[in-house]
Write a protein that binds this ligand. Sequence first.
Ligand code: SF4
Length: 362
Amino acid sequence: MSRNTWLTPRRHSRVIDVGGVRIGGIHPVAVQSMTNTDTRDTTATLEQIRRAAAAGAVLMRVSVPDLAGAESLKTIVSESPVPIVADIHFDYRLALLSLDAGVHKLRINPGNIGSHDRVKKILDRARERGVPIRVGVNSGSLEKHILKKYGEPCAEALAESAINNAQWLLDAGFDDVILSLKGSDVPMTVRAYRIVSDASDLPLHIGITEAGTLLTGAVRSAVGLGLMLAEGIGDTLRVSLAADPVEEIRVAYRILESLGIQKRGPTILACPTCSRTRIDIIGLANRVEDALKDRTAPLTVAVMGCIVNGPGEARDADIGIAGGEGEAILFRKGEAVARVKEDELFPRLLSLFDEVARAIGK
Ligand code: SF4
């Protein structure tokens, strides 16, 4: 999909390889998610990773809370279809064990790992293995001296913490650094990323942390990530939802697609319905969206209630319907192809979708 001209060109960042996925530069924004299973349960964790990968995740992060979790990583890394990022807090030994298990990236918050000696041990092992590190700072865990300087978590404090921590790694001769600085406050997080994007060429992992449940989190993430992406900020992203990781991936692609940056799978347009509607458009649109959620063909499907706006929208889409009295006109690439009774619409739309998808080799 071509980039919309109103978007600020992508910020220039250095390129970092994460297990074969290139992050930064002109490479596509890498969509990632995080498992919420017990990492020690390798079967459940791998099942979730596979479902997220099938939905479009190109990286998956796994938290490593203890030694047993680190031990499980060996199996997870060797069987995962996408590179694995180990999420480490507090204990540098878990980072070392994760590296030995073969993870493709580490996420650490150097501020909670302890002494510089311990962070240095992680850097040495990561360098040996060619594994990059994401320095991830959060508004909830800022260093005491920074909080004292600014009085409270704020954009400048987040940015300073991220830059200081990243600089420490760079000064130690470790260059493969990705940065993130997430807050749950959307304007603060966006401002913090703006500051860092001007101050550094490190690739940025963007996200709104603790965004909320599916609807709330999707909206908050769309606003925050949408603002940043429109300004050319963001090389990899995670939408954080209190939901299945697969939903995070779906929302991420909807955000990218809405900006015209990346597209994956079908786009379902639907009119909001009004008193002109004579068939169950809302029910049909939901059924169609659900039925097509795992399809990969990048087709646009318009489910429109009537002939006022319907034919125009339906004609612009790859396939569509414009509803009438107990029936609808079915369109394919702008051409009316059939008049279909309401109870046959759903299967007819699906079979037309598959036919058009086959025609484009999807
Ligand atoms: Fe109403 Fe027709 Fe517009 Fe749908 S397309 S909202 S039914 S006027």
